[in-house]
Design a protein around this ligand. Structure first.
Ligand code: KE4
Length: 426
């Protein structure tokens, strides 16, 4: 029995499913999860000393690679001053100012502790600001696990095949309206029917929790127009795309301004951080200025701010990181498309910058229903082949591949070789 297997066997005694987040359990690939002992750059090392080329990057935060020396140095410095004060600190001002500098549409921002908390708070702010209740979300988009969002969510909820969650009272989701990603006429019909009641539309500007599903031309722009017309709040959930697709995230990448935006992952540099922000007139409804209550013991934690500031500052000062991510993405996902063509594989490769996904379906994937057609058994076999070759992919068809600036051209070549072999050694 490997050390990872031993640890998993014990973990299930003390932790539901042996993990602190469902997707880590490797449930949909039918394997015992690897317990990771350390990481550096683009590589993970598991409890048995096996090394893997990592395409999860902690689900997005590790855009500069694991254990980045600059980030570690700032975290160590901060730790020596104390871990948490429950009081205002200079680093929180620095973080807020930097986010507003990097994302011009964000005039004010509040730090929280996770993407879930950022989304939950942004929705409350939108409801408080508009005085309306209804929220439009898209099937297959995952916005964290707050009650109102656990309706046809993506990510681990899709993996588990549970479109809704137990324990969520009807009352919590009756104001959540479902729409189909990339189906703009459907959204127009929703607004025609109850636009005056819609507080907000929340959308992943790139669907990255049902695999990677790019927005079709005009989709995001039309959402922008509808929200403007009906005075609803357009919320971009950029927990994944924020500071990844560009310095200014998807808003910069697609040239569309949201009213509110949610962040997580990259802004924490690997530490538990989320944030929501946007137009000043909306954010000023948030306590203690306004009447929308939201709070957090460890919000803006100084050690977490040190990690996030180090990573964001590096991205702000080194735009060449985005050039590199673009090049690596083109090599990797372009190479994957070439392999599918060469081997006549009936699969789809979708990519946006450093995010990408191989869909095990011959049909185009434009939304949740399309994604669910994938052959998850074929994905399971592929995942196992790649893991055997030391390539660590997300253990689910309904997740993304994440590249980092620490990945090299050699890493990409090795990955493509492993992919080619995995389909040849059937
Ligand atoms: P967290 O609460 O997990 O920090 O963020 C929730 C969230 C919100 N919005 C988007 C677009 C997200 O992708 C996420 C979380 N992403 C998943 C990966 N698909 C986290 C991995 C996990 O659940 O373990």
């Amino acid at each position: 029995m490997t050390r990872s297997e031993q640890l998993f066997q014990e973990a299930v005694t003390w932790i539901p499913g042996g993990v602190n987040s469902p997707v880590r359990a490797f449930g949909s690939v039918g394997m015992s999860p690897r317990f990771i002992a350390s990481a550096k750059g683009a590589y993970l090392t598991d409890a048995d000393g096996n090394q893997y080329l990592d395409y999860i990057g902690s689900w997005g935060p590790m855009i500069l690679g694991h254990a980045n020396p600059l980030v570690l140095e700032k975290v160590e410095e901060a730790c020596k001053k104390g871990l948490s004060f429950g009081a205002a600190t200079e680093s929180e001002v620095d973080m807020a100012r930097l986010i507003c500098k990097m994302v011009p549409s964000v005039e004010m921002v509040r730090m929280v502790n996770s993407g879930t908390e950022a989304v939950m708070s942004a929705i409350r702010a939108a409801r408080g600001y508009t005085g309306r209740n209804k929220i439009v979300k898209f099937e297959g988009c995952y916005h964290g696990h707050s009650d109102a969002m656990l309706v046809k969510a993506g990510s681990g909820v899709m993996t588990a095949g549970v479109p809704d969650s137990a324990g969520v009272p009807r009352g919590c989701t009756e104001d959540t309206i479902l729409a189909v990603y990339n189906d703009i006429s459907g959204v127009e019909q929703l607004f025609d029917a109850c636009g005056q009641e819609i507080a907000a539309v929340i959308v992943e500007p790139v669907g990255a929790n049902m695999g990677v599903v790019p927005p079709q031309d005009g989709f995001l722009q039309k959402l922008r127009e509808l929200c403007t017309k009906y005075e609803s709040v357009l919320i971009f959930d950029e927990v994944i795309t924020g500071f990844r697709l560009a310095k200014g995230g998807a808003q910069e990448y697609f040239g569309i301004q949201a009213d509110l935006v949610t962040y997580g992952k990259i802004i924490g540099g690997g530490m538990p951080v989320g944030a929501y922000g946007g137009k000043r007139k909306i954010m000023e409804v948030v306590a203690p200025v306004g009447s929308v209550y939201q709070a957090g013991t460890l919000s803006g934690n100084p050690v977490a701010m040190a990690a996030g500031l180090a990573q964001l500052t590096y991205l702000e000062e080194h735009p060449e990181v985005y050039t590199r991510l673009k090049m690596l993405g083109e090599r990797l996902y372009g190479g994957m498309k070439s392999i599918c063509k060469e081997l006549q594989l009936p699969y789809q490769v979708y990519a946006v910058g450093s995010l990408g996904c191989l869909f095990f379906t011959k049909e185009p994937v434009r939304n949740y229903t399309d994604a669910r057609r994938c052959d998850t058994e074929a994905f399971r076999r592929y995942f196992g082949h790649m893991l055997e070759r030391g390539i660590y992919l997300a253990p689910s068809q309904f997740e993304a591949m994440f590249l980092s600036a620490a990945h090299t051209e050699e890493d990409i070549s090795r990955t493509l070789e492993a992919m080619h072999d995995s389909f040849c050694d059937r």
